[in-house]
Ligand binder design. Structure first.
Ligand code: ATP
Length: 214
């Protein structure tokens, strides 16, 4: 089984890394692929360029071969639709269950994603919840696809929905960008190698009002 963890990673931080490592262990995954999005369809443009976000990801996982940086969304022109990413991953990993990990906030917005019903054609969806989280009432589409247990995800390559509690460190990329713009030290919120890269390249030095709204 292969895990898929998409995001803007602007920048990657220990919240992402801890969650990726934890799901790798919980589901016994061969690897988790971290996939930075090029042009996120649902949010403002990232502050750092695609290549810089890719470089920060690579620096962050350098000692973790189980976390794989996957640049396929950056290599593609146009908006980053997850359904296209999954279709392309499905071609690379024929016969292998794919687990798409999304946060519970993203799950609440899922029906706004491009061709959202088709996501489950190519992968299972695992919603990472905070411990103690209880799911809102699911509609018929999702109820029909809800897996009764983790083991069901290994039995088919795609098509199931599952909720999994994962440690969510109280870290966000928005807060890190703000901290850097205000000349505060983001130490211990993200890897030192990434902090060094941010400093060397003068990233996130100015506040961008549209990005500090959420
Ligand atoms: P921003 O603050 O810019 O919105 P972010 O820190 O939320 O960024 P994203 O790149 O948008 O990071 O997130 C990518 C994925 O990582 C999403 O599925 C999101 O739910 C998850 N994620 C983000 N922060 C955490 C965290 N602290 N713990 C666990 N998962 C997280």
């Amino acid at each position: 089984m292969i895990g898929i963890f998409g995001g803007t990673f602007d920048p990657i931080h220990y919240g992402h890394l801890r969650a990726a490592l934890e799901v790798k262990e919980i589901f016994g995954l061969a690897e988790v692929r971290l996939i930075p999005s090029a042009t996120p369809p649902h949010r403002p443009h990232p502050a750092a360029s695609p290549l810089m976000r890719l470089r920060m990801l690579t620096l962050a996982v350098s000692n973790h071969p189980e976390l794989v940086v996957d640049s396929r969304e950056l290599d593609r022109a146009g908006p980053s639709y997850m359904v296209d990413t999954l279709k392309s991953l499905r071609q690379d990993f024929t016969g292998e269950p794919l687990l798409l990990f999304i946060g519970s906030d993203a799950f609440n917005q899922l029906t706004h994603w491009h061709q959202w019903q088709h996501l489950l054609t190519y992968a299972h969806i695992v919603v990472m919840t905070r411990p103690g989280f209880t799911a809102q009432a699911l509609d018929d589409f999702f109820t029909a696809r809800l897996a009764s247990g983790q083991q069901e995800l290994a039995q088919t390559v795609a098509g199931k929905l599952f909720f999994q509690a994962v440690t969510q460190l109280d870290i966000s990329a928005t807060a890190i960008r703000k901290m850097i713009a205000e000349q505060h030290n983001p130490g211990f919120l993200l890897p030192d190698a990434v902090i060094t890269y941010i400093k060397q390249n003068g990233l996130y030095q100015t506040k961008r009002p549209e990005l500090s709204l959420h």
